[in-house]
Design a protein around this ligand. Structure first.
Ligand code: SAH
Length: 371
């Protein structure tokens, strides 16, 4: 086994978890065993297309190779802690990622598609003031195996229903875990693995500008940006990363990104908070930022959680905000809450984050020893 493969070995079992390994790494692994690199393709087909995780069941590998693989490697998805089903068909899984941490993934069935929302971190450090995950603090980045394991797990559970879309809108900030997220995105897009189209894999970010720029070079998948406010003053409060990368800088990176992607459009998420960011004047400010640009807006009625300190905008306010955008020629949709009866809606995912380092970006940036 090559040395770099060993570094990914699962600390618990001492075996290398092959899940989520980039195809070149997998080929190297087989070369290290004295096998032909095409074995990587065989394994990828078994795991990502047929959802088979037991080497014993991989009938086009020799029995000797299956046994050898069982000795040195594994295909481990995070174990299930609990599952909930919403009245609207949404399903939520709480998966154990060890040491008291658990993350959530959510499947949202719709008539013509099935969207899986996955987590990229245990907790989150970005401290957006209206997000339940942010309140938990941050524990750690998930590994590629833990991120991809959520997709494999869901697909096994859901068969014959299909996961047609994957969105990184669960717990955590995917671009703050860039190193582990990008290999997952590549496998989601790879025809030898999941083979999803670029438009069906969406990374959602609070606005990590350097990583947005880098991503455009590496895998230009669909991008959603959590804007939530039309001015820096307000965005500084709601999304503290804005104090490092303000709106103008963020939008500039977005327009450059849009030129590189097939859909040529960035989705801007805008959570509607009662009397905070939902009046018509603010909708007009938003229009000024986005008009004539490759942008569409996804308005998200705020999903409440305990002690959030925010309320959802009134239906009339939501409608007025939407109408103002539309009248100005901006494509805007209102996201219908799904799975809110099982706390599976946007921003409600709390998982279990124990032993968190109290990294709260907002506090850190307001403190005396500023960054
Ligand atoms: N860190 C990424 C992914 C987070 S969650 C990001 O910020 O984009 C996906 C979306 O849910 C984000 O737009 C986030 O701002 C939004 N969200 C967070 N809390 C919410 C809440 N309580 N109600 C509605 N949307 C929320």
């Amino acid at each position: 086994m090559p040395a770099n493969a060993l570094t990914a070995a699962n600390a618990g079992s001492g075996k290398l978890n092959l899940l989520g390994l980039p195809s070149e790494r997998l080929a190297q692994f087989f070369e290290g065993l004295g096998e032909k690199p095409y074995r990587a393709r065989q394994i990828m087909r078994w795991v990502y297309q047929r959802h088979v995780l037991d080497f014993e069941d991989m009938t086009d590998l020799s029995i000797a190779l299956r046994q050898r693989l069982g000795g040195v490697a594994e295909l481990a998805v995070p174990p299930l802690l609990s599952e909930e089903r919403s009245a609207d068909g949404t399903r939520k899984w709480l998966l154990d990622v060890g040491a008291g941490q658990a993350v959530e993934s959510v499947f949202i069935p719709e008539p013509n598609r099935g969207t899986l929302c996955i987590s990229s971190q245990a907790g989150c450090a970005l401290d957006c003031s209206f997000c339940a995950t942010g309140r938990q603090g941050f524990n750690r980045n998930l590994t590629s195996a833990e991120i991809l394991g959520q997709v494999v797990y869901a697909r096994r559970q859901l068969e014959p229903a299909e996961v047609t879309n994957v969105v990184f809108m669960g717990m955590g900030e995917p671009l703050a875990n860039y190193r582990n997220v990008v290999p997952v995105v590549k496998l989601l897009l790879d025809d030898r693995a999941f083979g999803l189209s670029r438009r069906r894999v969406t990374i959602s970010t609070a606005g990590l500008v350097p990583q947005i720029r880098k991503l455009a070079d590496e895998c230009n998948t669909a991008l959603a940006v959590s804007l939530h406010a039309p001015t820096d003053d307000l965005r500084d409060e709601l999304v503290p990363i804005n104090r490092i990368h303000p709106i103008e800088e963020l939008l500039d990176a977005c327009w450059q990104y849009a030129e590189r992607i097939a859909s040529r459009q960035i989705t801007f998420e805008y959570v509607l908070l009662d009397r905070v960011n939902d009046d018509v004047a603010q909708a007009r400010q938003l229009v000024k930022l986005l008009r004539g640009r490759p942008a569409k807006v996804n308005l998200i009625p705020f999903n409440p959680f305990r002690n959030s300190g925010f309320a959802c905008s009134a239906p009339e306010a939501i409608d007025r905000f939407w109408q103002t955008l539309r009248a100005a020629g901006i494509v805007a949709t209102i996201r219908r809450p799904r799975g809110d009866d099982i706390a599976a809606a946007c921003g409600q995912l709390a998982g279990r984050v124990s032993d968190r380092r109290r990294v709260r970006l907002g506090e850190k940036l307001s403190g005396a020893d500023n960054l």
